[in-house]
Write a protein that binds this ligand. Structure first.
Ligand SMILES: Cc1cc2nc3c(=O)[nH]c(=O)nc-3n(C[C@H](O)[C@H](O)[C@H](O)COP(=O)(O)O)c2cc1C
Length: 291
């Protein structure tokens, strides 16, 4: 079940927890056996700590969707490097730190700060956050994304996975651009920009109007995006978006993803990723037996 994503990032199995839906793992560790999973992708981590957006920050939608506008609440990279990483180093599950920023210098600062820090298995560059100012600037522009990856590549020998935005005309073009500038893998997709109207007030439920849509509502969209990315690049692709069980996870593997991340479904049942892993293990066993 081991998945070698290259440049030092090998996952014990293909099922991870998606960024922002498992925090830094500390709370979830009390509920599930995190060490059985393939990877934990942390909450987006920024140069300075952020308290996030004003509430309400989440709203359920039809189709099993979840809209969120968290605004990258996190303790900042210094805290993650000095307080959290030593604890990650004691875990079996590889911890990939998801890094976000408003400009190139922010990203470079975070990645440089994490360089050589024990407990950090790799970097996931979030160029696709719809809930902060300039959060999607890099992900929407293939040239800007490429320059960012080049700048980050220059300060790390670690595995750099780039988290792609689906809120673009041509996700394949961005995937190709980041591959050509040194990304080791890509994860797809982040959330889709969405809106929910409060039926009584007639106004958006989320204070900023829009938020990021996730959950089963986006699974077919995410699958199409991953298939398009797979066709465009040769580096590993990690599929994420609307996975709720082994069958929906397997769809991503069938279109060519090397691994998957489980996000919103963890809020419904913290054991979802473990169930997905169990199901995929069984499916692989069945295929092996049947030849
Ligand atoms: C509450 C919430 C917070 C999120 N925070 C982040 C984040 O900090 N960085 C990031 O790259 N993606 C973030 N995401 C996006 C998820 O990692 C994932 O790409 C997306 O939700 C689609 O997967 P899902 O449908 O399985 O949730 C967040 C998603 C949710 C629901």
């Amino acid at each position: 079940m081991r998945v070698d994503l290259g440049r030092g990032l090998a996952l014990p199995n293909p099922v991870g927890l998606a960024s922002g839906t498992a925090g830094y793992g500390f709370e979830l560790r009390n509920l599930i056996d995190l060490d059985r999973l393939g990877a934990l992708f942390t909450k987006g981590t920024t140069r300075l700590s952020r308290s996030g957006n004003a509430p309400p920050r989440v709203a359920e939608t039809s189709g099993g969707g979840l809209l969120n506008s968290i605004g990258l609440q996190n303790p900042g990279v210094e805290w993650v490097a000095t307080q959290y990483a030593p604890r990650f180093a004691e875990w079996r599950v590889p911890v990939v730190v998801n890094v976000a920023g408003e400009n190139e210098a922010d990203y470079v600062h975070c990645v440089r700060r994490l360089e050589g820090v024990a407990g950090v298995a790799g970097i996931e560059l979030n160029i696709s956050c719809p809930n902060i100012a300039h959060g999607m600037d890099f992900g929407r522009d293939a040239g800007a994304a490429a320059r960012l990856v080049e700048a980050v590549r220059a300060v790390t020998v670690r595995h750099v996975m780039v988290k792609l935005s689906p809120n673009v005309t041509d996700i394949a073009a961005v995937a190709r651009a980041v591959q050509d500038s040194g990304a080791d893998s890509v994860s797809a997709v982040n959330t889709y920009v969405g809106m929910k109207i409060h039926r009584r007030s007639g106004r958006p439920v989320l204070p900023d109007g829009t938020g990021g849509l996730s959950g089963p509502a986006i699974q077919p969209l995410a699958l199409a995006a991953v298939a398009a990315v797979r066709a465009a690049v040769t580096i590993p692709v990690v599929g994420v978006g609307g996975i709720v069980d082994a069958a929906s996870a397997n769809d991503f593997l069938l279109v060519g993803a090397q691994a998957v991340q489980v996000g919103t479904a963890t809020f419904v049942d913290p054991n979802t990723a473990l169930h997905v892993l169990q199901g995929i293990t069984a499916l692989r066993g069945a295929h092996t037996v049947s030849g």
